[in-house]
Design a protein around this ligand. Structure first.
Ligand code: SF4
Length: 184
């Protein structure tokens, strides 16, 4: 039995990504008229690199849309209650198109829900103090944060990405450790 309706009616909100100082990247938030919480274990079972925190009714995962010059068509999606946030975009048109694709993807999970074995596996959030061990610790500010520790704190929350630290390209071993720690 499938009790959740498909997403058909929604509102869109566009904002700048709040956690990157001076960023002109956009996040699109889709607001729907029902709660998606019961779907999260099903998303957790099938979505790529899903990070599910049941206590918060929150999940984040990677979504493949069409290629884009910023991220080669891999987008970060977070679902919480009746909102779906998709990021990060350089322009509104791309944000709308990728968000539409993402809604189709979630509708597909709703439609096939009864065929999916839900996963209640919880994502253990990494600690900033563990992340900082593998960052360059030069506080250059290129990531948009004044210190490596501030960047580590945002990484722990999943509010920024390793790609924003260009200095890590000089330290592939540490970058790999961070990828493992962050579950990427
Ligand atoms: S870009 Fe990297 S090295 Fe520079 S402050 Fe940010 S985290 Fe530290």
């Amino acid at each position: 039995m499938n009790e959740l309706p498909l997403i058909e009616h929604f509102k869109r909100k566009i904002n700048y990504v709040p956690c990157i100082a001076g960023s002109d990247l956009l996040v699109e938030t889709i607001i729907i008229d029902f709660d998606l919480s019961e779907l999260l274990p099903y998303i957790n079972a099938v979505a790529e690199k899903a990070k599910y925190i049941p206590e918060l009714n929150w999940i984040k995962f990677k979504f493949h849309g069409f290629p884009h010059k910023y991220q080669d068509g891999v987008w970060d999606v977070a679902v919480h209650q009746n909102t779906i946030s998709v990021r990060a975009f350089l322009d509104r048109d791309t944000a709308d198109k990728v968000s539409d694709e993402c809604i189709n993807y979630i509708n597909d999970i709703i439609f096939h829900k009864d065929e999916i074995i839900p996963s209640y596996k919880e994502w253990k959030q990494p600690k900033a103090i563990d992340i900082i061990k593998y960052l360059p610790k030069i506080n250059c500010g290129k990531c948009g944060f004044p210190t490596c520790m501030a960047f580590a704190a945002k990484l722990a929350l999943g509010d920024t990405d390793l790609i924003n630290c260009p200095e890590l390209s000089k330290e592939p071993d540490k970058r790999q450790k961070l990828l493992e720690l962050l579950g990427n």
